[in-house]
Design a protein around this ligand. Structure first.
Ligand code: F58
Length: 834
């Protein structure tokens, strides 16, 4: 159709967006103009009538504008080059606040601050408005967020696939010291960082049955006849690299009903029934399961897993690959990293797609599938390895169950052939467990299909091979590898600790943020007394910042000049918060009994931060107990100013960013052999805290790197634990034979640390004395002894500071950039551009 254009002629929008001049100007004026435009045209308010939330949303969208060009360019460049994509499949991304990270990536911080000042607004108040997207439980989810940050910074093509939970990890509050969970409505005030793409929805099927048929070529085939389906709507989030104009994508899926609304029912007045389908469908992505260390075998969880994985695979094939791409070459274009077992249903799903929808033969499909997946295991607790009852799997995904059975049959045939028909071994290795109910072992399925299987720290990978999957490592020794976790220095050093970052840059120059091993250049400064003084001044400033935050946020008054002894992580018995608490009670008992003079103690505040899974009774008892002891100590004049517990509610990424840089002592005291890696331990070391820890997870590597003299090691090793277990562990005997422990427990049981109430500690003490599955009592004496070493060292300010600086200098290895390089070399066979 011929049209005559009378007005100005425009280039197509996508072309224009590629022209550098089109983005907002990188200066205060440009920022202010864009901000006002956002406020007026997107929020629809003049500055004079705008609320804080309006201003925050406009600010976020303004910053977003500066990233758009990089995002469009990155996508185009990757499509043109046909880059191999890392498809990171993770049910969780614990992102933390977005604004600071985007400002840092785009180098806009100073401009934005100045621009807000020019508008008469308080930049810091606006930054504090942001509600962090808590789309993860703990370490595993935060690791995924660190990894995508590093991949963008290293310009590696990655799409992070996940779930857009409407409610993330619950908000924790305390009522009379007990944990109360409040829904986390992170979307309620608007979500300026996401781009919904409803036109890119994909349909996800569930239920029904399978049937055999003969196709036009006379081949016997199987067809899945599902009984219901939902729509998966993708939402894009930007993942900006650090100052490289690269922006990768996080693609999070949200569920929507296929037929939202039954108009006939509505017209008949049956309103509830009319929207039933919608409610049902939308439940799938309604809420994150708040379990941390043991999976909850619930139908909805399996629905979530299949939902996001199936949507991601379909979407990748349809929208990321060129049209008519020959899927025999899929492994050249993608590698799907399975973040724990949660996305493992993707393996039979890819088989199903290839066979049922793309006409592949079984062997061809398997050949492609087993080259497309790698599997990371994040645990050592056997109860944390997911199994799905076949009854449930067969009801929800009948075709997938058939495929798994067939894969298992083929696999077991291989096992029998290789190991002389060893039937006992075949049963141990089977993907199907028979007792207590017939169920699919997702870790076995993943291990069989994956190209590579990795643990998350050296010790963990060793134990994974030797204890969790020994038969598999015997069969395929080369399949197993290790990648020690890491953390992003952009968020956890630069943003969280600006004072230290500045000091580091002054000392060793720029460039360390993307080459963290360069922190080693700080080593000589540990011997420089004026540097040490400045280092201490930074720590003191960070403590002051924390003091102010806790005052406003939690009504907690931190004592000035205390040693900050910090234990922050999910609450779990294996992590042994109870051991830390026993240490505090022991100090308190010694003062109260007059054994030691309060003034002889190094003044210390023990900070806890921990959420308990809502159904985890012992974890909740422990929280209530910590709070009760905190109250009792706080009210006792005899220890005032010398000993305190602070337990701010709702520990999350945002709080971590203020808490960790203020810490002196990092508590990493899990029972050896139980913490796969830990990543909090790395964040503390990088921010100049000294670790008191067991020989567990990545603590082992931290100690090796920072040196024994800069780390407080205590407790049983993993072989000690195994030997004690084998001998038969009797916690009552430990209690009876350790006078210090006995006095501590008797004191606590007598109600002396819980305001006179003996019931508060009963459940925890009963459990410790009768089971103590994680052997807290067995390590108590060693822990107290190590705390004695901590006190002695802390009293020597210069020695402590020297060690703190050396912790920073020697922790460059723990950058997630290094983890990503290891994945690229050992697992993905892809090279980074930078
Ligand atoms: C954690 N796992 C490990 N799981 O405990 C920790 O040692 C490690 O550093 C971290 O992964 C990263 O590798 C963890 O956070 C979960 O939260 C799962 C959530 C879903 C249910 C099962 C546990």
């Amino acid at each position: 159709m011929a049209t005559s254009v009378t007005g100005p002629q425009f280039e197509p929008v996508h072309e224009r967006a590629l022209t550098p001049a089109v983005g907002p100007a990188h200066d205060v004026d440009g920022f202010v103009r864009q901000f006002m435009r956002e406020l007026n045209y997107s929020q629809g308010v003049p500055l004079s009538r705008s609320t804080l939330n309006d201003q925050y949303l406009a600010l976020a969208r303004t910053v977003r504008h500066y990233l758009m060009q990089g995002w469009i360019r990155t996508g185009k460049r990757r499509r043109d080059a046909g880059d191999k994509v890392i498809g990171y499949l993770s049910a969780e991304y614990l992102l933390g606040r977005q604004l600071d990270n985007a400002l840092l990536a785009a180098d806009l911080h100073d401009i934005a601050r100045e621009a807000m000042r020019a508008c008469g607004l308080d930049f810091d108040v606006l930054r504090a408005q942001e509600i962090e997207p808590g789309l993860g439980n703990g370490g595993l989810g935060r690791l995924a967020a660190c990894f995508v940050d590093s991949l963008a910074t290293m310009d590696v093509s990655c799409i992070g696939y996940g779930i857009r939970y409407e409610y993330g990890i619950f908000k924790q509050t305390f009522a009379a010291g007990k944990q109360v969970e409040v829904p986390d409505s992170w979307l309620a005030l608007g979500s300026p960082w996401e781009f919904p793409q409803p036109d890119r929805a994909v349909q996800i099927d569930f239920g029904g049955h399978t049937e055999s048929y003969t196709d036009d070529d006379g081949r016997e085939r199987t067809r899945w006849v599902p009984s219901w389906n939902v729509q998966a709507i993708p939402y894009h989030l930007l993942v900006p690299g650090y100052r490289n104009n690269v922006v990768n994508t996080l693609r999070l899926w949200s569920a929507r009903a296929t037929n939202a609304f039954d108009l006939q029912l509505f017209n008949q007045g049956d309103y509830a029934e009319a929207v039933r389908a919608q409610t049902f469908a939308e439940n799938i992505t309604k809420v994150l399961y708040p379990e941390d260390s043991t999976p909850q075998g619930r139908e909805l969880r399996l629905q979530q897993q299949y939902f996001f994985v199936a949507a991601s695979l379909k979407d990748f094939i349809r929208h990321t690959l060129p049209q008519d791409f020959d899927l025999h070459h899929l492994p050249e274009r993608v590698t799907f990293q399975l973040n724990d077992t949660h996305p493992v249903i993707g393996i039979p799903e890819l088989m199903r797609l290839l066979i049922d929808e793309y006409d592949f033969e079984w062997d061809e499909a398997w050949d492609v599938t087993r080259q497309c997946f790698d599997y990371t295991c994040h645990t050592l607790l056997p109860e944390a390895l997911e199994v799905w009852p076949v009854e449930l799997l067969g009801r929800l995904l009948p075709r997938h169950l058939e495929i798994i059975y067939q894969l298992n049959e083929d696999f077991l045939e291989q096992v029998r052939e290789r190991f002389d028909g060893d039937e006992v071994r075949a049963r141990r290795m089977s993907m199907v467990q028979e007792n207590p109910v017939r169920a699919i072992r997702m870790a076995h399925l993943a291990t069989v299909a994956a190209n590579k299987v990795n643990g998350v720290a050296a010790l963990h990978s060793q134990l994974l091979r030797d204890k969790v999957l020994p038969d598999f490592s015997e069969m395929w020794p080369d399949k197993f590898t290790n990648v020690t976790n890491g953390v992003t220095p952009r968020r956890f050093v630069r943003i969280a600790n600006p004072g230290m970052s500045e000091l580091v840059t002054e000392a060793i120059g720029e460039g360390w943020l993307t080459d963290l091993e360069r922190l080693a250049e700080l080593e000589p400064f540990a011997e420089d007394s004026s540097f040490r003084e400045r280092f201490r001044a930074v720590k003191a400033g960070n403590k002051d910042r924390l003091r102010q935050l806790l005052h406003h946020r939690d009504d907690i008054e931190l004592d000035q000049d205390h040693m900050l002894d910090v234990m922050v992580k999910r609450l779990h018995e294996y992590k042994r918060q109870s051991l830390k608490l026993l240490h505090v009670v022991s100090l308190y008992e010694q003062i109260v009994s007059g054994e030691i003079d309060a003034d002889s103690l190094v003044p210390r505040t023990v900070v806890f931060g921990a959420k308990a899974a809502p159904g985890y009774v012992m974890a909740k008892e422990t929280i209530a107990l910590i709070n009760a002891v905190a109250r009792t100590i706080d009210a006792d004049e005899r220890v005032k100013g010398r000993l305190a517990i602070a337990f701010p509610a709702n520990y999350n990424v945002t709080l971590a960013e203020t808490l960790i840089p203020a810490a002196d002592l990092s508590e990493q005291i899990s029972l050896a052999g139980k913490e796969a890696s830990g990543t909090g331990n790395m964040k503390f070391a990088l921010n100049g805290a000294l670790t008191i820890g067991t020989d567990d997870g990545a603590n082992v590597e931290i100690r090796e790197l920072v040196g024994d003299e800069n780390f407080f090691l205590f407790g049983m090793t993993e072989p000690d634990v195994a030997a004690l277990q084998a001998k038969g562990y009797v916690p009552g005997d430990v209690y009876a034979s350790s006078p210090r422990l006995k006095r501590t427990i008797d004191f606590l049981a007598g109600g002396h640390a819980t305001g006179g109430r003996t019931s508060t500690a009963a459940a925890v003490i009963d459990d410790l004395l009768s089971h103590d599955r994680f052997m807290a009592l067995a390590d108590f004496d060693a822990y107290v002894e190590a705390q004695g070493r901590v006190e002695a060292k802390y009293a020597d300010t210069e020695a402590w500071t020297r060690s703190a600086i050396l912790n920073v200098a020697r922790s460059g290895f723990f950058s997630s950039d290094r983890s990503m390089r290891d994945y690229l070399d050992r697992i993905w066979n892809v090279s980074a551009r930078s």
